[in-house]
Structure formats: structure tokens, C-alpha cells
Design a binder for this molecule. Structure first.
Ligand SMILES: [Zn+2]
Length: 238
């Protein structure tokens, strides 16, 4: 049923800028990670050790650090107060590992200081994940029934559901940028990262941030697509 949208030319036209940005972001992440991954950190600390130091500096003694499974599975779990780092980051002693570990520690600091946007983002997770999994299905059913009032109602409902995904992505942006900013401050203030290492670490974090910008643009344009395709703006449907 979703193939209906997948093969809609309008979908590709509207989403094209987001697809291009996502592709460029992916390339940048790969090249930044590859480069920084080959440069050993002068501190000789592993990602896990860097995270531990940063947490300590910020008085977060009760946050656990665990290895997680899979590439790029790094995240901070605010419910369990656990920082999970992928094997490469956890054990790695490269500038890439240091940067990513510090970024995740940045999220733990945000949680520790009750940074508003993080709480808002976490609160939006259930709503946005329901929205992203159901909106398209509801929309396609609505399209099939578009001759009836029920069809229009379902399409409006789907647009509202997907709207929660857009709101989530928009709130996520400042959270991610702020975590990276906190990471850079912690790394430089403590001297874990030297002045000559700063640009490399920053490049890794900026590249990662660009993927979030691409995800936000993609969500916004998907919403635009749904509005255009629904014909609710009064345009002719084809
Ligand atoms: Zn993050």
C-alpha cells in the first residue's frame, strides 16, 4: 500500500532537496569519521574514559557507561541514566571516538542540568514515533476513500500525525547542537583535546549535526508532500 507513495513522482520532486542534503551529509560524515578515526588522540584516552572524565567534571557520578552493539549506536538513555557507546567509540582512542563520546556525555550533562529542549524532545518521542509509523498508512487509506468525507478526515488526521514528527525534529536540532557545544567546551577546558586537535573533532561533530539538519528537512518536506497530495489546499488532484 505504501508503494503508492513510494512511486509517486510528486514525492521525489518535493523530497529531492532533502535526499540530496542527506546524501551530502552521509558523505561528509563518512569522510570526517574516516579521517578523525585514523588520528590517535594525544590524551591516549579511550572514548569511555573521555566520557567518564567529562561526567565527573560535571558532577555526574551516577551515570553508567556501557558498550553498545552496532556501528553508530551511541546514545544516552535518560530513563536509565546510562551512556551507551558503540564498540569503536567505547574502546577507540582516536579523535573520532573522543568527539562522539564527548557528544553523548553532552546529552547526559543536558539531562543533569534539566536543559528544557531535551525534556521536551524526550516527551515527544512516543507521539512522534507513533506518528511516523502510522501517518503514511492512514494517509493512503484516506486517499483511497477521498471521494467520501471520511477520506478527507483521515488525510487531515495523517497530516497532524506527521506534524508531530516535524515538531520532534525541530526540537531535536537545538538539543543536538547544544550537546556538541557542551562536548567541545568540556574537551577544551579540561585539556583532553589540544588546540591542534580541535578542528578535527569539530569536523566530526559538525558532520553529524548535518545529518540531523537533513532529517529535519526531510520531515518538513514529507509534510509538505502530504499537504500537496491531499489536495486540501484547494489545488487540483491528479
Ligand atoms: Zn546527540
Amino acid at each position: 500500500m505504501l508503494a503508492f507513495i513510494m512511486f509517486d513522482p510528486l514525492y521525489f520532486i518535493v523530497l529531492a532537496p532533502a535526499m540530496l542534503l542527506a546524501f551530502l551529509a552521509e558523505m561528509r560524515v563518512r569522510s570526517a569519521y574516516a579521517k578523525a578515526g585514523r588520528i590517535p588522540a594525544s590524551s591516549r584516552l579511550s572514548g569511555a574514559e573521555v566520557a567518564r572524565r567529562i561526567l565527573k567534571q560535571n558532577g555526574l557520578h551516577d551515570v553508567e557507561i556501557e558498550p553498545s552493539h552496532g556501528l553508530l549506536s551511541d546514545h544516552y538513555d535518560p530513563r536509565k541514566r546510562v551512556l551507551r557507546l558503540s564498540p569503536d567509540v567505547y574502546q577507540g582512542r582516536s579523535l573520532a571516538s573522543v568527539g562522539i563520546a564527548a557528544h553523548e556525555a553532552g546529552h547526559a550533562i543536558q539531562h543533569g542540568v534539566h536543559y528544557g529542549p531535551l525534556a521536551l524532545r524526550n516527551g515527544l518521542v512516543p507521539l512522534a514515533s507513533t506518528g511516523s509509523s502510522l501517518a503514511m498508512i492512514v494517509f493512503v487509506i484516506g486517499m483511497f476513500l477521498s471521494a467520501m468525507p471520511l477520506g478527507r478526515t483521515l488525510m487531515v488526521l495523517a497530516i497532524l500525525m506527521f506534524g508531530t514528527v516535524v515538531v520532534f525534529q525541530l526540537v531535536n536540532l537545538p538539543v543536538e547542537f547544544n550537546a556538541s557545544r557542551r562536548a567541545m567546551v568540556a574537551l577544551t577546558d579540561s585539556g583532553i583535546v589540544g588546540v591542534d586537535e580541535v578542528p578535527t573533532v569539530r569536523r566530526v561533530l559538525n558532520a553529524a549535526a548535518m545529518t540531523y539538519v537533513a532529517a529535519t528537512l526531510s520531515a518538513m518536506l514529507t509534510l509538505l508532500y502530504l499537504v500537496l497530495r491531499s489536495g486540501l489546499l484547494g489545488g487540483r488532484r491528479n
